[in-house]
Ligand binder design. Sequence first.
Ligand SMILES: Nc1ncnc2c1ncn2[C@@H]1O[C@H](COP(=O)(O)OP(=O)(O)O)[C@@H](O)[C@H]1O
Ligand SMILES: [Mg+2]
Length: 423
Amino acid sequence: MTDTRHLIGLLLGTEEDWPAAFEKILRRLGPVPGAGGRSHSFDIERITIEPFDLRDRPRYHLVIDRLAYWYYHPREWLKKIALMDGVYLLNSPFTFQSMEKHAAYCAMMRLGLNVPDTVLVPYKNPVDNARYAYTSARYNQSFDLDAIAERIGYPLFMKPYDGGAWRGVSRIRNPEELHAAYDASGEMLMHLQKAIDYDVFARSLSIGAETMVMRFQPDQPMHLRYAVDHSFLSPAVGNDVVTIGRLVNAFFRWEFNSCETLIRGEEVYPIDYANACPDVALTSLHYYFPWAIKALVKWSVFALVTGRQPKLDLETDRFFAIADDEGASFPEKMAAYRRLADAYFESERYHDFCATRLPHLDEIVLDWVAGPDFDQLLVDTVRSVYPAHEHDQFIAHLRGLLGLWVRDESARLGGARQDGGGR
Ligand SMILES: Nc1ncnc2c1ncn2[C@@H]1O[C@H](COP(=O)(O)OP(=O)(O)O)[C@@H](O)[C@H]1O
Ligand SMILES: [Mg+2]
């Protein structure tokens, strides 16, 4: 049997938990059968940062990037390997240049989605550029912040246009708070956005063709934000949430992204749809962590074995044609968007691939999560994240949640295994 070897590169910042899990699972997976009797094997490496000649050929066939959103040397390397070498990237640096919230809001509004009313106001403080004083004196229009807020209506949110990790986000109830927040915004560029009084907050994590929709509790401390809840949305709302996430991802060619939606009644309001480096930490995802690792492994292997080609062009016209179809109702447009997104992610082929080529992966991951190796990762992760006096509490907390996952997953896989009781 001919063997094709693929090298996966991880471009990492400070994370240890999911990369270690990803490496372990990929190694346990072993060779995967491809078309024409070929066998595919996978090597994995953590990428180091060093000078590169622009004509060097990279050794990697696929790169998962968690670093380039703030570190520009690897970002430029990613652009080079995308443009010159066709390396498959999660995510492409070209598309995540649109990973400010702003571009995602624009795309979603253009596609007819229910983004709350949003206004972008100019910088509060002068921009650090010698030309600013002249330009602003000549061209900056004075504006009435109060009038904008009145028009949107209180309460509203003021938050950075590029956002992330709640930096600079405030909820504003009146003109005093409005001015205090704007004065404090300094060099940040801010959106004002109508506050949605929501019933439920759904956070979905998409990895390639898969999406996990989770009930999110933003007011809770980090380790309690994701609730384990399998049926918190009506089927129709759940379907809309998945469709919007896939749609935005397909539109921008994002393959590893998280999305936030606020739900009031049957209305779905997308508010945060662009996270170049979505949270996949064991300590925050807990019960959902094995799903995330499995989805990352499956999507990487699928892309490599099937020779999926990265697409740099966005083909926005195809999405806009649906948006502009005057004869179609909103549900019909959503169904059409979903078909387009599923076609981009080759959903059917992907699920068929997982069922036929990776039938043993579920068991491999279950075995691993139920075993001592994973427990060690859990303990090491807690020790690296929390202060010493909280270690016991968080180790017990995570063991409980992962033990629950092991029980649920064992039942799902047909009760073939019983939880050993170790956790
Ligand atoms: N329009 C809104 N209505 C209600 N809550 C909001 C709104 N915008 C933001 N929030 C709250 O603020 C949090 C942070 O805002 P978000 O846009 O997600 O920024 P970040 O990128 O920093 O996560 C959200 O998780 C949500 O709890
Ligand atoms: Mg957010």
